[in-house]
Design a protein around this ligand. Structure first.
Ligand SMILES: Cc1cc2nc3c(=O)[nH]c(=O)nc-3n(C[C@H](O)[C@H](O)[C@H](O)COP(=O)(O)O)c2cc1C
Length: 393
């Protein structure tokens, strides 16, 4: 499609999404809207031509922004972040496996249609064992600040069942996807943590489910763990080193990315960059959500994403960028925090960042958020250039 026509179409889609949000979606609590979206994905995945229709739509509206990033080539520089295509929660592995093999249930709604519609998607987080996550209402929004907040608590089917589910659909797997593995929350023994993350990855590899990248999520603000717990020097080195060794032992070139927290100190970011460089991590996803008091119970944390996170992530990215430049390390940064429009994305690009991940933008800008943001960026840059030219004249 011609760029001018695409821009017009995306503006139309954007206003339709704003009006749908205002009159329908934002009238429901965030939790209900989220649950309905997951049910819709489940329904779409039962329909025979939904993935092909999504692919067609994608080719119509998404501009090509192909990029080499963190050891992979991607067709787009905006990637759907972990946490949407993560699957159902289960109490134990036998139940999760039985849902896959006997009930033949879709335990990872979105696995097919979202990559078809959006391009690169990060699946997970998956932990070694399944988790039910936290009970009750666990998702909120603050529309005025275009923010989301969640206390999902790593609900997921566990790496074994997730690998089995994807392996059964190997011929239909997307061409661009990552798998995000989280450290098991609440484990004190670092050697057990290491076994857990390596086993999680091996479930996928043994089933011949080979993603374009793995991400190790070292930062889970909504679980039993302090979000900084796994980001200490020795733990980080051991966990990342073990995964990279497991990948190398199979002569696989799948790169490891790592996801970290906002609000660490400049020195902590510097140290993390140094360790990532030494062990061979290829990209840093900065950042996960920011732990804030939960709207339901202020004594508990719940992670904030979107507009409120933006400044925190921008600061984290500045520290990481400075550390990478100082050490001349070959690591990409993937900005993830409050990319909601062309202007916010531009601020990351101006720091020399090549790509971003988004989650809250789906809520505030709709399913074509990434295409809308790219379109706004072009507009934003044109306007900036015009003002700049005028001021020089
Ligand atoms: C409901 C919800 C669930 C999430 N679950 C995960 C998860 O399982 N693993 C993870 O690494 N990040 C998870 N995230 C964090 C997002 O991937 C992302 O880092 C964060 O929302 C910041 O991006 P944003 O500002 O675009 O929302 C979750 C976010 C939300 C809103």
């Amino acid at each position: 499609m011609k760029p001018g026509l695409r821009a017009l179409l995306l503006r139309g889609i954007d206003s339709a999404c704003q009006s749908l949000n205002k009159h329908f979606i934002f009238r429901q609590p965030a939790q209900n809207a989220h649950d309905s979206a997951i049910n819709l994905l489940r329904l779409l995945e039962r329909l025979p031509f939904s993935a092909s229709c999504c692919k067609l739509l994608r080719h119509l509206v998404f501009p090509k922004t192909a990029i080499d990033l963190g050891g992979v080539r991607l067709s787009q520089r905006l990637i759907l972040a972990a946490g949407l295509v993560k699957g159902d929660g289960f109490g134990d592995e036998a139940d999760a496996l039985s849902a896959v093999t006997e009930e033949r249930r879709n335990i990872i709604p979105g696995w097919r249609v979202l990559p078809a519609l959006l391009g690169p998607v990060e699946f997970g987080s998956f932990t070694r064992h399944p988790r039910l996550g936290n009970p009750g209402i666990v998702i909120w929004r603050d529309a005025a600040a275009r923010s989301t907040q969640n206390r999902v608590g790593l609900r997921n089917p566990g790496a074994h069942a997730a690998a089995r589910f994807l392996a059964d659909r190997r011929g239909q797997l997307p061409t661009e996807f990552g798998i995000n593995i989280a450290v098991t929350p609440g484990l004190d023994d670092i050697n057990q943590q290491e076994r857990d993350v390596v086993e999680s990855i091996e479930f996928f590899l043994d089933s011949n489910v080979i993603p374009n990248w793995f991400t190790l999520n070292l930062s889970c603000p909504n679980t039993e763990d302090d979000p900084q717990g796994h980001q200490l020097e020795a733990e980080t080195r051991q966990l990342c080193g073990a995964i990279i060794a497991a990948l190398q032992a199979r002569s696989l070139t799948v790169p490891l990315w790592v996801k970290i927290s906002p609000s660490l100190t400049a020195e902590q970011y510097r140290l993390l960059v140094q360790i990532f460089g030494e062990v061979g991590v290829r990209a840093i996803v900065a950042t996960n959500t920011l732990a804030q008091p939960s709207p339901a119970d202020p004594s508990l944390p719940a992670g904030v994403g979107g507009g409120i996170l933006f400044d925190e992530t921008l600061t984290a990215v500045r520290h990481l960028r400075a550390a990478i430049q100082r050490t001349q390390t070959d690591i990409d940064i993937i900005a993830c925090g409050g990319i909601l429009d062309g202007a916010s994305f531009r601020q990351y690009l101006d720091l020399g960042i090549k790509a971003g991940q988004y989650w809250s933008a789906l809520v505030y800008r709709g399913p074509f958020a990434a295409a809308i943001i790219e379109n706004e960026l072009v507009q934003y840059d044109h306007e900036f250039e015009a003002v700049h030219r005028e001021s020089l004249a």
